[in-house]
Design a protein around this ligand. Structure first.
Ligand code: 4AD
Ligand code: MG
Length: 482
């Protein structure tokens, strides 16, 4: 059966066809707007009410599922090329108007917060239909990009014993009885009796395993769910999010930046080319939403201009040290407007600083690189000390307008001794990561990679302001409903 998306593209054929979908509206006992999820647009079916029983007409209600048979003809109304001249309507599954009225399926404007509470129904709204179609297109574009560029997808494990980021933000996995766990001689929980005979967790990143695969397959990427038990209740953090992590043998940090920029531009362009109707709808939605916001919080440009801007401009590459100078001398810092004032080299950058750099200072995407070793993960390659004796690592963060950090990556420490030393001083257990260290003994080539948070990308492309509204069922602190 043809989708409504395909039918709306076709010419009036006068051929009889049957269309199945859900009723979005039914006006004047005559015009049924049908949506099947394939497009933001509805197909209009026109019926002659005198040819139908009253009983049937009464069943054609908002949200009911129908099969409509008729001829595809040129539309007399404006706004669509074709419409269905219906000869037969079958209500496949009804929807009681009184019940519909209590839900977000009722045809009026609902708050995003209300939609979140009815996450099982929200994909049937225009906004979420559009967001989820764009999300699916972006996911496809990710695989397409890597396939066209000689990468292999590596399926890295979801269950792991290692903390790839060394931040201790993992969800534990266990089949032990929480009320009566087996104890060892010291009174601690004895994980030797657990399912995996050791402590295990949900992965925070597939990077470490991906590195081992890059050392065999050359260019690899992962794209899967990752989990963080960080108690960040913000509009950008999820406890379960999807991450894309390419890893490339022989790439240094500059090549890593080139790859990230090329990749992001490709997927954004893919969405522009393939989701035109949805993005146009989302642009109008954003314009509408912005009207109720104070000037300072409104988007500086329409959604499509913003997306085109990404493709046309180089991402500005700035070292951490330069960024600190800019921030230290910035107006908000001098006027004490930052919640975390920037006083000295070594300070960790907060999202207020990242957004200042991107949105106020450079007014374009920015790649910050060469961060202080102290504030970054253990696996990043150590630079020689700079003139002031500061230690930095070959890290990079990609900062986007309205989003802040959209991706983070690094050149990896390939030198066995340096890595071992670093793991010792940072307290990374060698028993757990012996394999990661051992890899540095056998042709341990320069290599680099990065991780892009898929939901942050979807936020950027759809213009949605909250990460909870770009994933079907968000998991956040205190919420794992549905
Ligand atoms: O900066 P992160 O923690 O880096 C890593 O995980 C590395 N292993 C990546 C690599 O080099 N292969 O996370 C990478 C990206 C962030 O830039 C952000 O976009 C996203 O993942 N991210 C989150 N997205 C949603 N919710 C969270 N709690 C996120 N934490 C990170
Ligand atoms: Mg990061």
């Amino acid at each position: 059966m043809k989708t409504i998306a395909a039918i709306l593209q076709s010419d009036p054929s006068m051929i009889e066809m049957t269309v199945k979908g859900w009723v979005r509206s039914f006006r004047n006992d005559r015009f049924i707007a049908i949506n099947d999820g394939s497009t933001i647009h509805n197909l209009q079916a026109v019926i002659e009410p005198e040819n139908f029983d009253r009983e049937l007409l009464d069943q054609i209600t908002v949200a009911s599922a129908v099969a409509v048979t008729g001829l595809l003809v040129e539309s007399e109304g404006s706004g669509q090329r074709v419409e269905l001249q219906a000869t037969k309507v079958e209500v496949l599954a009804g929807a009681d108007p009184e019940e519909v009225k209590k839900t977000i399926l009722s045809p009026k404007r609902h708050k995003l917060e209300t939609l979140r509470e009815q996450a099982h129904l929200r994909v049937r709204t225009n906004t979420f239909g559009a967001v989820m179609r764009v999300r699916a297109a972006l996911s496809y574009a990710v695989h397409k990009y890597f396939n066209e560029n000689g990468f292999y997808q590596a399926h890295t494990p979801i269950i792991t014993g290692s903390d790839a980021e060394g931040a201790g933000e993992m969800f534990r996995i266990s089949t032990l009885d929480p009320k009566n766990p087996p104890l060892d001689e010291n009174g601690n929980i004895n994980y030797k009796e657990d399912f995996f005979e050791k402590e295990s967790n949900l992965t925070v990143s597939g990077q470490l395993e991906a590195e081992t695969y890059a050392m065999g397959l050359g260019q690899v990427y992962t794209f899967g769910p990752t989990f963080r038990a960080e108690n960040s209740n913000t509009s950008r953090h999820l406890a379960e999010f999807w991450m894309i992590e390419p890893e490339v043998a022989f790439n240094d940090l500059d090549a890593n930046m080139d790859l990230a920029e090329d990749f992001i531009k490709y997927v954004v362009q893919y969405a522009l080319d393939n989701c035109a109707d949805d993005i146009e709808f989302l642009e109008k939605r954003l314009e509408q939403e912005d009207k109720s916001k104070p000037q300072a919080e409104r988007s500086p440009m329409p959604l499509r201009d913003k997306l085109n801007f990404i493709g046309k401009n180089h991402f500005k590459r700035v070292s951490y040290t330069e960024a600190i100078d800019i921030l230290r001398n910035s107006k908000p810092n001098k006027k004490k407007k930052f919640k975390y004032p920037i006083n000295e080299w070594g300070a960790d950058l907060q999202s207020e600083h990242e957004r200042y750099l991107v949105e106020k200072h450079f007014e374009c995407p920015v790649i910050l690189f060469d961060y202080p070793a102290k504030i970054k993960a253990f696996y990043m390659r150590l630079n020689d000390k700079d003139a002031n004796g500061n230690e930095t690592v070959r890290a990079m963060d990609i900062l986007f307008p309205g989003i802040g950090e959209i991706a983070g990556g690094s050149q990896r420490e390939e030198r066995y001794d340096v890595l071992k030393q670093k793991m010792d001083t940072m307290g990374i257990p060698e028993e757990e990561l012996w394999w990661y260290l051992e890899m540095r003994k056998f042709g341990s080539a320069v290599h680099s990679g990065f991780g892009l948070g898929f939901e942050r990308l979807v936020m950027f492309v759809t213009g949605m302001g909250n990460v909870r509204d770009v994933i079907p069922y968000p998991r956040t602190p205190g919420n794992a409903a549905f």
